[in-house]
Design a binder for this molecule. Structure first.
Ligand code: AHR
Length: 485
């Protein structure tokens, strides 16, 4: 039996909805054939956006969406993607192969964000772009009217500014974004930042390239060089749970090795946050987990069929995402944003379509992990005492939202069921309700023949006085909600 004490009187911090944010890149069938099918497509669509995707994503709630990359961002020139579609140039997609038609550009991205109710976050091109190109993009998006760029936006159908607040200044500039040293990047960042102004709206939030995983040399290197004149508002770390198996053939050993990344991700968040805390508060950026998710070994034939970076999304992926979302709750006071890579058809995603431009679209187990954590959004994360909360295979987090208490538990073990008791201190409990996503097969997945194979089910929880007891079967993600007074 695992025993925890949920302290309703000890708060960690607000669980900002941006901790449940997402990322969509021009790779594989992420945008083209996934989210975007075009207005003339036989696939049911809403002004070109795949209707089923919009419906599912709206139901889940997408607080913020990062675009257009990824590696793609540092080779993307925004002017290619505006104006009449027929006149937009076709370019080779140097990062991911194939032709970039530019049919999905800035206006289409903003339209998608509006359809989803998501805050837009644009990653700008530093690797192969110029400060002028990026400052012009900010002006094009945000200047109310009267400048040539704002008037061009209006002529392209958008008289009102897009109000894009979040701007990435490059992506992985230590790698695909220009293979720079921390000093080279920080110097470039300073140059770019000087020209990225409010342009009539609110000050842009500048998100600088942060470390790969827990690379403190990068973080310290850039922080020491930014200086006070042009420093970022946030530093973006990328951390993936790397795996060696192909998605449908994981062994328990390979799964444990992959899931063992999560305690390291939590450690990285704590250490990177500590590092930033060592700098003057005037220039201290917030910490963003800009890209995270599950990387499996890619199978060339599946890439051919479904698009680049495509992998099956399984129960293991849902458990991994549950582990991540528990960490974000526990470290809610240290994180400003966490973007899952990626939203549709790329890596362990929320939605999958029946191949690029395929008619059918379904929710993956990862979608349902997010759905199980949705009740934490805007709650206050609570301290949990007891069996060490960041150790695997059991992971736990809790939050309170007015008179509701929400507890999420994940059992990442492939072979051990668990009994769990959560004693709640500082509040009286109402009757609990719980939903669980579970399959004893770590390679279980939803298919187009059986799209509801893995969906959350009701789960029994016993309440005795101030304690909640339940069983937590192997490979499960569970959320318990109860009224408190
Ligand atoms: O998500 C795919 C790629 O992974 C992104 O383009 C890059 O930023 C990361 O390495």
């Amino acid at each position: 039996m695992k025993r925890y004490i949920v302290r309703t009187d000890r708060e960690i911090g607000l669980i900002h909805p941006f901790l449940h944010a997402h990322f969509a890149e021009h790779v594989g069938a992420g945008i083209y054939g996934g989210l975007w099918v075009g207005e003339d497509s036989p696939v049911p669509n809403l002004n070109g956006y795949r209707r089923a995707a919009i419906d599912y994503l709206r139901e889940l709630g997408i607080p913020l969406l990062r675009w257009p990359g990824g590696c793609f961002a540092d080779d993307y020139h925004w002017r290619d993607g505006i104006g009449p579609v027929a006149r937009r140039p076709s370019r080779a997609n140097a990062s991911w192969g194939g032709i970039e038609t530019n049919h999905f550009g800035t206006h289409e991205f903003i339209g998608l964000c509006r359809a989803l109710g998501a805050e837009p976050y644009i990653a700008g091109n530093v690797g192969s772009g110029t400060p002028q190109e990026l400052r012009d993009w900010v002006e094009y998006c945000n200047y109310p009217g009267g400048s040539t760029l704002a008037d061009e936006r209006a002529a392209n159908g958008a008289p009102e500014p897009f109000h894009v607040r979040y701007w990435g200044v490059g992506n992985e500039n230590w790698g695909c974004g220009g293979a720079m040293t921390p000093e080279q990047y920080a110097d470039l960042f300073r140059r770019f930042a000087v020209y990225l102004r409010s342009f009539g709206g609110s000050e842009p939030v500048l998100i600088a390239c942060g470390p790969n995983r827990n690379d403190t040399t990068w973080s310290k290197g850039v922080m020491d060089r930014f200086g006070t004149r042009a420093h970022p508002h946030a530093l973006a770390m990328h951390y993936y749970a790397e795996g060696t198996g192909s998605s449908l053939q994981y062994t328990p050993e390979a799964a444990s090795q992959q899931l063992a990344s999560f305690p390291l991700i939590e450690q990285a968040i704590i250490q990177q946050h500590d590092l930033l805390n060592g700098y003057d508060s005037v220039m201290r950026p917030q910490l963003v987990l800009d890209e995270w998710g599950v990387h499996d070994r890619l199978i060339p034939s599946a890439q051919e069929q479904y698009g680049r970076l495509w992998q099956f999304t399984t129960m293991r992926g849902a458990v991994a995402v549950g582990l991540g979302l528990n960490i974000f709750n526990r470290q809610a006071d240290k994180l400003a944003m966490c973007n899952l890579a990626q939203m549709v058809n790329v890596r362990a995603s929320l939605l999958e379509t029946e191949g690029p431009y395929g008619a059918r679209c379904m929710r993956t187990p990862v979608y349902y992990s997010y759905a199980l954590f949705k009740a934490h959004r805007l709650g206050t994360a609570l301290v949990i005492e007891g069996d060490q909360d960041s150790s695997l295979p059991i992971s736990v987090s809790a939050s309170r939202n007015a008179d509701r208490l929400v507890i999420s538990l994940v059992n990442a073990s492939c072979d051990q069921d668990q009994e769990v008791e959560c004693a709640v201190s500082g509040a009286r409990l109402g009757p609990p309700e719980a939903k669980i996503l579970h399959d004893p097969d770590l390679n279980a997945y939803n298919s187009f023949d059986d799209p509801d194979h893995l969906t959350p089910q009701s789960h029994a929880v016993n309440r005795t006085g101030d304690s909640l007891r339940t069983d937590l079967p192997r490979l499960s993600v569970l959320t318990i909600a109860t009224g408190i007074s």
